[in-house]
Design a binder for this molecule. Structure first.
Ligand code: FE
Length: 344
């Protein structure tokens, strides 16, 4: 009898425990969004926290440097992911081409994000823009002599330019835009001439090139604008930033090349309603302001002013070439990099 009672008690405890676990998971299922992110968590976590505060919906983030698109393919319809976050239009299109995202039709997103920064079909949406700028030595460069990407090809810069690999997504997008504007032949000539002007073999990241300018290795480099903000706010790197001007090329004609960071809704999204809510929140004024202040990127939402620091760098006109156009030339851009042996 005693044994029977204790068994009954155990069963009661077990079923209570099961009830608690399923209640907890029910609760989580009702109010969570799962994000796969190539963007580092510290950049987006504060913005997700603001979303949770406003809506009560939790955001879980899986961060990885690569392989998330492949993971979505592998997981198929059982994937827990709702959204994927990445930088660079090429990587966004890659996710779309793998067939793991779905189209979103949202008036809020259409109002907040200019058409040039989102997929006409609704498969991806830009959240921030960043310029591919030319950094120029304060001491050694006359800014009037370097006002465009085309100027980088001039013989006067022989041995004066530093850059990261031509195959990096940021440079591939710039080269793609050169193909769009000038055609393959002229773009190849330009790339070859820039290669001929390099001070050293392409290496390191964007900030390493600014360091090289500070050290006198070169006078000009290519780099995204937000690294200027990061260096200014970094004790060790402040002196690198202080050695250069950040410039916005091609203000006299088509405008400066910009790329985006962006997001897409996964095909299998288990929490679609809340996921779209998060997408809309990220395009809102509050989130856009946070992006600009914390990561020195430009808001895509045109009713939000860039942060004070960004404004202090001056206004610029962005190239209005559609990003989908840039993505189309990506493969050819990579081919040209090989053809002119840019990285060798
Ligand atoms: Fe970056």
């Amino acid at each position: 009898m005693r044994l029977k009672n204790s068994l009954r008690f155990k069963n009661l405890i077990l079923s209570l425990a099961t009830f608690c676990v399923s209640a907890a998971s029910l609760n989580l299922n009702a109010a969570e969004v799962n994000v796969y992110s190539y963007r580092q968590p510290f950049l987006i976590q504060p913005i997700f926290d603001a979303f949770t505060k406003e809506t009560g919906v939790n955001v879980n983030v899986v961060f990885a440097k690569k392989g998330l698109a492949e993971r979505l393919v592998r997981e198929g319809k059982n994937s827990p992911a709702d959204l994927i976050f990445t930088v660079d239009i090429g990587r966004l299109i890659e996710v779309v081409n793998k067939g793991v995202v779905q189209s979103v039709s949202s008036e809020v997103l259409a109002n907040n994000i200019p058409s040039q920064y989102r997929d006409p079909e609704g498969n991806w949406f830009g959240l921030t823009t960043r310029t591919r700028s030319i950094y120029a030595s304060k001491d050694r460069v006359d800014l009037e002599k370097i006002t465009s990407y085309e100027d980088l090809a001039k013989p006067e810069w022989k041995g004066k330019i530093c850059t990261r690999s031509g195959k990096h997504a940021y440079n591939l997008a710039l080269i793609s835009s050169m193909i769009s504007h000038h055609g393959e032949e002229k773009a190849t000539q330009w790339l070859k001439a820039v290669k001929g002007n390099l001070a050293r073999k392409p290496q390191g990241n964007d900030r390493a090139q600014v360091k090289a300018i500070k050290e006198g290795v070169c006078d000009l480099s290519l780099g995204n604008n937000y690294y200027y903000g990061k260096m200014i706010n970094n004790k060790e790197q402040y002196e690198w930033a202080n050695a250069v001007h950040l410039t916005f090329p091609n203000q006299g004609d088509r405008g400066t090349h910009v790329n985006i960071s962006g997001m897409a809704l996964t095909k299998s999204s288990p929490n679609k309603g809340d996921a779209v809510k998060l997408m809309e929140f990220l395009s809102s004024e509050l989130a856009q302001k946070m992006y600009s202040e914390q990561n020195y990127e430009y808001p895509v939402n045109q009713s939000v002013a860039p942060s004070g620091l960004l404004q202090s760098w001056g206004n610029f006109r962005p190239d209005t070439l559609a990003l989908s156009e840039i993505a189309k030339n990506r493969k050819l851009a990579a081919k040209l990099v090989d053809q002119v042996a840019f990285d060798e």
